[in-house]
Design a protein around this ligand. Sequence first.
Ligand code: AR6
Length: 178
Amino acid sequence: MTRINISDVNIECVQGDIANQFEIDAIVNAANAELRIGGGVAGAIHRAAGPGLENECRPLAPIRPGQAVITGAHDLPNHYVIHCLGPIYGHDEPADDLLASCYRNALGLADRHGLRSIAFPALSTGAFGYPMEQAARIAFKTILSELPNLSSLKLIRFVLFNARDLQLHESILKQQTD
Ligand code: AR6
């Protein structure tokens, strides 16, 4: 686990399951455009939240790449879920800008709701095929550039599924903040 404090905000990298993050106000879903239960992160979140989440999502769909929408968290141990549609690598362009928009829009939504903490998975790096290292650089660059615009958020956590992805994120976060 790595934690860095910048401008009074903690940025953390941990290994774990995004659907099992206690004491975090909002978790971010790597959603599909229809906001339906899917595989990967979306499957884990919807299974843990229960069917009420899909019902709440239905009128908000479809969403566009780069967009973020917020719902309640139902049976999850959080207050909100922020659903982001990341770009499909090699299909949605410009991919870097669309991925950055996901992080920017999710942080903005959380902050406007007065939330103190948010946890992200590595958006677009699974079924959507984004190379992990490139995605991590964009994620942290966007988060670091958004820090001056945040007032309520004090903890931004990255939840990585395996040790290799955790190490990669830790080293890129260190590079970008040294
Ligand atoms: N907790 C944390 N990270 C996870 C978890 C988990 N429970 N499960 C997977 N990962 P993905 P995408 C990692 O495919 O690429 C879905 O089917 C995973 O190793 O969930 O944005 C949706 O319905 C990878 O590094 O999201 C969409 O159709 C990262 O999280 C589509 O996939 C993202 O993997 C979205 O694709």
